[in-house]
Design a protein around this ligand. Structure first.
Ligand code: NDP
Length: 386
């Protein structure tokens, strides 16, 4: 397999799964963490590895000069790794930076295990068209989407491949509620980055942890689900479930509801995406419901956390509006992490970008997607400075 974004939280867990399953690792990529990538290269001996950052790649090349692994660099190096021959490419890069790698894997006809939800949010039309036309499966790694994918497995196949979802009424994504669950807008005004990074149930990279705190993560997941399962946003519901044990649910038109459960451990959906359709033993702790006692469910608070409403609006608007939403969120999330804006300003900047940036390009063109992304980032920078 190929692991794109191997030095991150999901990347490291994917390598843990690969280690136990004794998968051979063909290629690894990251942004600039040469030290972590060197350690991974020494253990997994891939044919090639790439860093986006040129200087870091030169450092890595010197560090592993004793090994046969080819060291590549920059956007072209990342794409080359993603396009190598493999049974599965797992994309766990953060942000739209993962989109070119997703496209390279699909064009090489390699099944894509997708954690990088931003590539579907920003480029859903293009990514799903390439997958459908090339008959290349996209296997969700995000725990909610993996849960839905698993619950759909009993359905008969559709003529286009994949399960026939005509009997499906809606899907229900569960949301942990993030670090600031239960807080009013007044209470959210003064929250800090350190508080935002204290997630109740998952240990993840900083960007997604902040997205969970604003609940933009759930907004991105609504768009991700719309593309993965071909559903309009009205048929994608969200329920807050603090324990993160029920990973998501589907409802059939006869009213029957199926859920997928398990202890919160990303190695479960990662492994399923890699071994699908096989189910293999896993070291993940088994679920003992009696130990959990009770599980809670409630409606999300969209007054304190308007991000999901923004995401639904962008999805309904269509075209490149979700690209703008994603880019504005990446930019505002980064400004918050850099200590430059307050927490509540993140979603305000996203809302403002959705109003102020109206790209007219083609959502199937990678150049137009990146132009819309750039326009939204520049808009956020401009407003932030004024
Ligand atoms: P991390 O920040 O922990 O890791 C990100 C990875 O992407 C690192 O390997 C990083 O390299 C690499 N990367 C970052 N920027 C670039 C770039 N510009 N070009 C190339 N590579 C880059 O993130 P997570 O593992 O938490 O999340 C990864 C993806 O998975 C996200 O899309 C997230 O939404 C999704 N996801 C994560 C979950 C989790 O539990 N963590 C759960 C569900 C989905 P370097 O180390 O060199 O910076």
């Amino acid at each position: 397999m190929i692991i794109l974004g191997s030095t991150g939280s999901i990347g490291a867990q994917a390598l843990d799964v690969a280690r136990r399953l004794e998968c051979s690792v063909v290629a690894l990529t990251a942004n600039r963490d040469a030290k972590a990538l060197e350690a991974q290269i020494r253990e997994f001996r891939p044919q090639a590895a790439a860093l986006a950052d040129e200087a870091a790649a030169r450092e890595l090349k010197r560090a592993v000069a004793d090994l046969p692994t080819r060291i590549l660099s920059g956007p072209e190096g990342l794409r080359e790794c993603a396009a190598m021959e493999a049974d599965c490419a797992l994309n766990s890069i953060t942000g739209i930076a993962g989109l070119p790698s997703a496209i390279a894997a699909l064009e090489a006809k390699t099944p894509l295990a997708l954690a990088n939800k931003e590539s579907l949010v920003a480029g859903g039309a293009l990514v799903t068209r390439l997958a459908t036309e090339g008959r290349v499966p996209i296997l969700p790694v995000d725990s909610e989407h993996s849960a839905i994918f698993q619950a759909l497995q009993g359905l008969p196949p559709s003529p286009e491949g994949g399960p026939d979802i005509s009997a499906l009424r809606r899907i229900i994504l569960t949301a942990s509620g993030g670090s600031f669950y239960g807080k009013s807008r007044g209470e959210l005004a003064g929250v800090t980055l350190a508080e935002a990074l204290r997630h109740p149930s998952w240990r993840m990279g900083a960007k997604i942890t902040v997205d969970s705190a604003t609940m933009m993560n759930k907004g991105l997941e609504i768009i991700e689900a719309a593309w993965l399962f071909g559903l309009p946003q009205e048929r994608i519901d969200v329920v807050v479930h603090r324990q993160s044990v029920v990973h998501s649910l589907i409802e059939y038109r006869d009213g029957s509801v199926l859920a997928q459960l398990g202890v919160p451990d990303m190695r479960s959906p990662i492994q399923y995406a890699i071994t699908y359709p096989a189910r293999l033993p896993s070291p993940v702790k088994r679920l003992q419901l009696a130990e959990w006692g009770s599980l809670s469910f409630e409606a999300p608070d969209e007054e304190s956390f308007p991000a999901m409403r923004l995401a639904r609006g962008a999805l309904q608007q269509g075209g490149l509006a979700p690209t703008v939403l994603n880019a504005a969120n990446e930019a505002a999330n980064a400004l918050f992490r850099a200590g430059k804006i307050r927490f509540l300003r993140i979603t305000e900047l996203v809302a403002s970008a959705l109003e102020g940036v109206k790209p007219t390009g083609d959502e199937h063109s990678l150049a137009d997607i990146f132009a819309a992304d750039q326009a939204a980032r520049e808009y956020v920078q401009k407003i932030f400075k004024n």
